[in-house]
Design a protein around this ligand. Structure first.
Ligand code: ITT
Length: 181
């Protein structure tokens, strides 16, 4: 099945998790125009609906983001843009002197089965670290603390056991097994 993303880090994680369910994922590497929206669910759903007019086969995509409690959920749906602009250093500056470090990652998978779009959600709670740590993973991993390690200090398997992406994909793959096989 096709997985649409421009982000190689996402694709690697998705491929690994899909393999555990006996699903082979093919990378359709493309950057698509994401609609503005207030929630990841809405953005993922509308993105998949728009792409469904160009792609006839079934496919899925995933929209994710980092939500920081003290910043009222920022960067949330704007995570990709914020990462490309101010990046992890910018987030750490915004969090300078802030005691409440709580944050979560959220992922929404949108699946188009050839006629309709369905969504699946996953979330993982953690904290924003005081400095960047670790070299694994991608994106905000070096500043996202889960327990006493950042995601970037974990191996892929360790991160994949608990991540937002894992939780959303697990829901999706389970649903697929029950409904499409
Ligand atoms: P596509 O839309 O093409 O799939 P993208 O990188 O633009 O790729 P999103 O729109 O979903 O992805 O933006 C999510 C942002 O959050 C992006 O900057 C990612 O690097 C970051 N992000 C998502 N999941 C992450 C994870 O598991 N670890 C670290 N950062 C993550």
């Amino acid at each position: 099945m096709y997985f649409i993303t421009s982000n190689e880090g996402k694709f690697r994680e998705v491929r690994e998790m899909a393999a555990k369910y006996g699903i082979e994922v093919e990378w359709l590497k493309m950057e698509y125009l994401e609609p503005q929206g207030n929630s990841l669910e809405e953005i993922a759903r509308v993105s998949a609906e728009m792409l469904s007019s160009q792609i006839e086969d079934e496919f899925f995509l995933e929209d994710s983001g980092l939500f920081i409690e003290a910043l009222k959920g920022f960067p949330g749906p704007y995570s990709s843009y914020v990462f490309k602009t101010i990046g992890n250093e910018g987030i750490l500056k915004l969090m300078n002197g802030v005691e409440d470090r709580r944050a979560y990652f959220m992922a929404v998978v949108a699946y188009f089965d050839g006629s309709t779009v369905r969504t699946f959600t996953g979330k993982v709670e953690g904290e924003i670290a005081r400095e960047m740590r670790g070299t694994q993973g991608f994106g905000y991993d070096p500043i996202f603390l889960y327990g006493d390690k950042t995601f970037a200090e974990m191996s892929t398997e360790e991160k994949n056991r608990v991540s937002h992406r894992r939780r959303a994909l697990e829901e999706f793959f389970r649903w697929l097994k029950e409904n499409k096989s």
